[in-house]
Design a protein around this ligand. Structure first.
Ligand code: LR7
Ligand code: MN
Length: 582
């Protein structure tokens, strides 16, 4: 049993949560906890077995021994150029088990050298760009709580290796009160003996969450530009220069690199080798989540080149650069946001609405390990994403906040803390309304209540169109029917747009095969081309223009689905919308 097993710590159990998604997190947390306990038991047994191996008396000798042991685990050139590594046999089994604790392949991470070489994932056009010699300096701020040793250390080495010395003022590590043993004294020792003094470590004495941890890091930083990174990243060559260059040109530009995926199982550095012009920018859903969206044609035309700064309506949140003084001027973060979630959309809307801009810098690329669950606790079992997002919504969304609460009725009237400071900030900075943001920054965002003929519940007899909780994974689904809820909830909220789309979020009703029996009505990604996705309201009927078939509920009782059928006088084809604008 390796040293890593020794240090797995026991976590507190979680309470129940409102949000389904967060409840999922809790279930995973419990599983992780059980596994950790088991591993710790195994580890202590293994230790008993090897008690003859003398432990070093001096604590520093012990750290030194552990670090050397760890260095010995590294396999030279493993994972170089970002190629995928597949473990075999016992290792693979162990990796799979620890996957449930760490949320990525820690066994492999422990074997890949800290300074592995990444491919030059950049668009070749980037090589034609030049950068000034007198760029502002950067403080890279990395917050972490109970991150795994090898991925954290690799992040630090990657930044050190990948950034010009004169531009990297410092790396500020902020430990958000981790209790993993190796992140205590051993980490201090590693900094002192293996890393240059410009790598500093700030310890927080209580768990503050990533937002307040970043604030602490930012307060102590001295470089001209703050660059935030998650604690499981690797940078591609020249990642820093284009960020600093753009901030030198435009102080109020907040910048994100292209974020590539480091595969959680193979550590492959993934990027599209064939279409280097392609990357996505940030969007959001009315339920308050970040999404990736394609760059609109208008923005492609405006920016000129595919390697020019590209406006992004929102950012993912973890990896971004901002001029240090501007960070404070524009309101830093909402310091009352806990643990995780929501701060990314808050900063995105705030920056745009208060006069700055948010841009993707295509020649700056950073890889990030995407984890499928949070390998850390949420103290008190709080749904921090939900509550933080409600705080954001109350301050920045104006009249559009009802669209969020439709998805999260559980948060209506919930105690989300005092907002005075944030509301005052918005006034002081004379920020524009959310309507302005939607019209000018994100004109492609679908607003379910605008430019529509009807919206809300579409009812036939006692039943309403319903997504039956499908589509959350982005895949097409059959349009369902369900007993009408007393109010239009998100699953029963549909719109009939002025362009004839029968729509929910980014899904539009379409008929794929008019000859089938029954004719299925499929919710498919909106293509905006009318065609099989065009519908018209005629005497209460919903008619698909291309096929001349009508939306029909007669089979709903049996199938739970709506179908399309030959238009007739049947009442099963008459639909009543809860809200109509004509
Ligand atoms: O209580 C905490 N204290 C911390 O210090 C919780 C977390 N953290 C640290 C953590 O150790 C990590 O280094 O904060 C960092 C981010 O946490 P992750 O890696 O668990 O977050 P994520 O990658 O799942 O989530 C994304 O959204 C978050 C919303 O709060 C943050 O903004 C993350 O930084 C952000 N990550 C990215 O944007 C990377 C690209 C992902 C995408 C899309
Ligand atoms: Mn992350």
């Amino acid at each position: 049993v390796s040293v890593t097993l020794l240090v797995l710590s026991i976590r507190r159990p979680e309470n129940s949560l409102a949000d389904e998604e967060e409840a999922e997190v809790v279930i995973i947390n419990r599983r992780v906890q059980k596994l950790r306990k088991e591993l710790q038991r195994q580890a202590s047994q293994a230790l008993l077995g090897s008690e003859l191996r003398s432990m070093p008396s001096n604590i520093e000798d012990q750290y030194e021994a552990e670090i050397r042991d760890d260095e010995l685990m590294k396999v030279p050139r493993l994972g170089d150029n970002g190629v995928a590594v597949i473990l075999q046999g016992e290792e693979a089994k162990q990796a799979e088990k620890l996957m449930e604790v760490e949320a990525f392949n820690i066994v492999l991470s422990d074997k890949i050298p800290f300074s592995r070489k990444l491919p030059d994932a950049r668009n070749p056009k980037c090589k034609d760009l030049t950068y000034d010699s007198d760029l502002p300096s950067a403080s890279v701020v990395i917050v972490f709580t109970n991150e795994a040793w090898s991925s954290l250390i690799r992040t630090v080495h990657s930044v050190l290796n990948g950034s010009p010395t004169h531009l990297l003022k410092e790396i500020v590590l902020v430990d958000d009160c981790s209790d993993r043993r190796e992140l205590q004294g051993r980490l201090d020792y590693y900094l002192r003996t293996r890393l240059p003094s410009k790598v500093r470590l700030l310890r927080l004495t209580e768990r503050t969450g990533l937002i307040r941890a970043r604030l602490a890091g930012a307060r102590s930083a001295v470089g001209s530009v703050l660059v935030f990174l998650d604690a499981h990243c690797e940078v591609v060559q020249n990642w820093l220069e284009p960020l600093l260059q753009r901030i030198k040109e435009k102080r109020t530009a907040v910048l994100v690199p292209i974020i590539d995926v480091i595969d959680d199982k193979t550590f492959e550095y993934m990027y599209s080798k064939s279409s280097l012009d392609f990357f996505q920018v940030g969007g959001f859903t009315w339920s308050g989540h970040f999404t990736w969206v394609v760059v609109p044609e208008a923005e492609k035309a405006r920016r000129g080149s595919s390697v020019a700064p590209t406006r992004s309506p929102t950012m993912a949140g973890g990896l971004f650069a901002i001029e240090r003084n501007y960070f404070w001027e524009i309101g830093s973060y909402d310091s009352q946001m806990d643990v995780w979630g929501g701060e990314n959309l808050e900063m995105s809307f705030r920056v745009w609405q208060c006069g700055g801009s948010l841009e993707t810098i295509p020649c700056s690329r950073v890889g990030h390990i995407f984890r499928s669950f949070h390998p850390y606790t949420f103290p008190g079992g709080k749904d921090t994403h939900g509550i933080n997002t409600a705080r954001m919504v109350e301050v920045w969304l104006d009249e559009y906040k009802s669209l969020f609460y439709m998805h999260r009725p559980d948060l209506l009237g919930r105690d989300i803390g005092d907002l005075t400071e944030r509301v005052n900030l918005k006034k002081r900075l004379k920020c524009k309304p959310f309507r302005w943001y939607l019209q000018n920054v994100y004109p492609g965002m679908f607003i379910p209540t605008e430019n529509v003929e009807a919206f809300g519940q579409a009812q036939n007899h006692q039943r309403c169109l319903d997504n039956l909780q499908k589509g959350t994974n982005g895949e097409q689904y059959e349009l369902g029917l369900y007993n009408c809820h007393p109010k239009a909830t998100s699953s029963q909220f549909f719109s009939l747009t002025l362009t004839g789309e029968l729509r929910q979020e980014n899904f539009c009703a379409e008929i794929q095969n008019p000859l089938a029996t029954p004719v299925q009505v499929i919710m498919f990604h909106c293509h905006g081309q009318k065609g099989n996705q065009e519908w018209r309201m005629e005497d209460g009927k919903l008619k698909n223009v291309r096929t001349d078939l009508c939306l029909d509920a007669s089979d709903g009782q049996r199938s739970g689905k709506v179908a399309a059928a030959e238009c007739s006088g049947s009442l099963w084809q008459t639909w009543t919308w809860s809200n109509s604008t004509t």
